[in-house]
Ligand binder design. Structure first.
Ligand code: CA
Length: 230
């Protein structure tokens, strides 16, 4: 069926590649498997997938280089799948434009949730994101971009100028992990040694105002050592 989302899987480990393919097919997606860098690159250009699941350690190249090449060409959502648990790799992949990352070993349910989330985010980027009157709503939260006002369950939350800018930016990237450096660049335009601390202080204050509680489902998730996800 042509209406199925096409998902390119670039993964050299045969069992994992098959497993992801089966999970995708079971959820109604069309899986396009590639077992190395060269094949993944070729299938990307020939199939124009709606989403890519990309392993970083490939026998004939680094998935990071493929990500770089894809980003020069399109904004198709990319979920990086990697055995590298190192935070700097995740940050590098996200800053190169990956939408999300999943560390191996991964849970099937989690991977499929990330796939759905990345496709939803992509649909928003393509125009259905924000309502025409310039507001963003998620559950009880309402952001009015034009008036720079925020409401939860219809009562107004007073944010500082900076807090509003950060919330506004995160909401526009909702569903995606946004790294510290990406937020800092967007809000302050420059980065110095105190930037991350400054961001964390602003975030802590803002999340408190939004009623964040540990262990509860919150509007903004903290991805420790990496960034935030709305
Ligand atoms: Ca691999």
């Amino acid at each position: 069926m042509s209406s199925k989302y096409k998902v390119l899987i670039v993964e050299d480990e045969k069992n994992i590649c098959h497993l992801i393919g089966a999970l995708l097919e079971a959820d109604g997606y069309q899986a396009v498997p590639a077992r190395d860098f060269a094949n993944g690159r070729m299938l990307y250009f020939s199939h124009r997938p709606d989403l890519i699941i990309l392993d970083l350690g490939l026998p004939d190249g680094d998935g990071m280089d493929l990500l770089r090449e894809i980003r020069k060409d399109s904004l198709v959502p990319v979920i990086v799948l990697s055995a590298r648990a190192d935070e700097s790799d995740k940050v590098e992949a996200l800053d190169l434009g990956a939408n999300d990352y999943v560390t191996k070993p991964f849970s099937s349910a989690e991977l499929m949730a990330r796939v759905r989330s990345a496709l939803r985010t992509a649909a928003r980027y393509s125009g259905t994101a924000l309502s025409p009157d310039g507001t963003f709503t998620r559950d009880d939260l309402l952001i009015d971009y034009g008036a720079r006002r925020v409401f939860i369950d219809q009562s107004e939350i007073k944010l500082t100028h900076t807090e509003f800018d950060i919330l506004s930016y995160l909401s526009r990237c909702s569903g995606k992990v946004v790294t510290y450096s990406a937020i800092i660049k967007e809000i302050w335009g420059y980065s110095d040694s105190g930037s991350v601390k400054k961001l964390q202080v602003n975030m802590a204050n803002m999340r408190k105002k939004l009623g964040a509680k540990p262990g509860k489902k919150n509007y903004i998730e903290n991805e420790l050592g990496i960034g935030y996800r709305m």
